[in-house]
Design a protein around this ligand. Structure first.
Ligand SMILES: Cc1ncc(COP(=O)(O)O)c(C=O)c1O
Length: 308
């Protein structure tokens, strides 16, 4: 199914998007054009962090963060058991071990109680070092950081916020992208803020990690272009995608995020009593990557799916 009407959205922003794309075509600066740095500054400002490091997609964003922390063999990385594949995939790509943690049945986000149980179990078993927890801001709602962060702190673990679906969400006006020691997002077209291809970004206040992330995303770059000081990746955001995102970020912040919340409210009022509607915690704001409902069994689900 179509999560977002991308064609309609394009038509409403067409003049500005076409103009921005034409500017890139006229300059032929397809890699690392000025639009990339401009976008990174705008994104850092919007989210409320010191550094934004754009990259090729939300999966690379997660992996780059784990690389910056030198996560590898023998490290346990705690991930929710209900998420997109990438959250666990990147852990294995770094040779670390993913440990799956139950989600809360109401919000579908990582349960703090289950996290602590999983950490204790890993410690009791021995062999792995609990190193990172990756809460996911599923469907647009931030994970319950009030409960999760103290646990990560207690066990001296890094928090990597997977905000691939959560861009624009917030808790008491503090935005998704600020809860983890490092946070990531995805600009896959269907995401709350999507580009016209693949794209991603990483957010952090830490200067040292920001420097490492900028190096890792371009082949472990050192002082100059052909000075490669570590094994990295080729994970730049294309200038064309940055140009599109600049226009879309403005529309997202000024109009779309509120509009999508109004529509979600209407759905919830209309569906009340018929199906289980999404639970948004008090003081939490969702960017509604998806509006999900629960039905009583798979047969009812399949019938409704077919009808829709
Ligand atoms: C929770 C979550 N994490 C990571 C990703 C990966 O993002 P990308 O598709 O940009 O690599 C996604 C994308 O669907 C996601 O939903």
């Amino acid at each position: 199914m179509q999560f977002r009407d991308l064609q309609k959205q394009y038509q409403s922003l067409k003049d500005e998007i076409d103009r921005e794309i034409q500017t890139v075509l006229d300059s032929s600066n397809y890699i690392s054009g000025s639009q990339v740095v401009e976008l990174e500054e705008q994104l850092a400002d919007y989210v409320g962090v010191k550094h934004c490091i754009s990259c090729a997609n939300g999966t690379d964003a997660l992996q780059l963060a784990l690389m910056a922390w030198n996560v590898g063999q023998g490290d346990a990385v705690f991930v929710p058991d209900f998420t997109f594949f990438s959250t666990g995939e990147v852990v294995c790509a770094c040779q670390a071990t993913p440990v799956f943690v139950d989600v809360d049945p109401a919000t579908y986000n990582m349960s703090a109680q289950s996290l602590e149980q999983a950490i204790e179990k890993v410690i009791a078993q021995g062999g792995l070092t609990p190193k990172v927890v990756i809460p996911v801001d599923l469907f647009g709602q931030p994970a319950d950081y009030d409960a999760l962060l103290p646990i990560a702190q207690k066990y001296n673990m890094f928090v990597l916020e997977d905000g691939a679906q959560g861009f624009g969400g917030s808790i008491r006006n503090k935005k998704s992208g600020t809860f983890g020691d490092i946070a990531t997002t995805s600009f896959f077209p269907a995401k709350p803020l999507g580009c016209y291809g693949d794209g991603g970004a990483i957010f952090t206040d830490n200067d040292e990690w920001a420097g490492l992330l900028r190096s890792y995303r371009i082949h472990g770059k050192g002082e100059s272009k052909y000075d490669n000081v570590r094994i990295g990746m080729n994970s730049r955001l294309d200038t064309l995608q940055a140009a599109v995102l600049k226009v879309k970020l403005k529309a997202f912040a000024e109009v779309e995020l509120d509009a999508v919340n109004r529509v979600a409210q209407q759905y919830t009022e209309g569906l009340k009593g018929q199906v289980v509607t999404p639970v948004i915690l008090q003081d939490f704001y969702s960017s509604w990557a998806q509006y999900t409902i629960q039905l009583k069994d798979s047969e009812t689900r399949n019938t409704l799916q077919q009808f829709l």
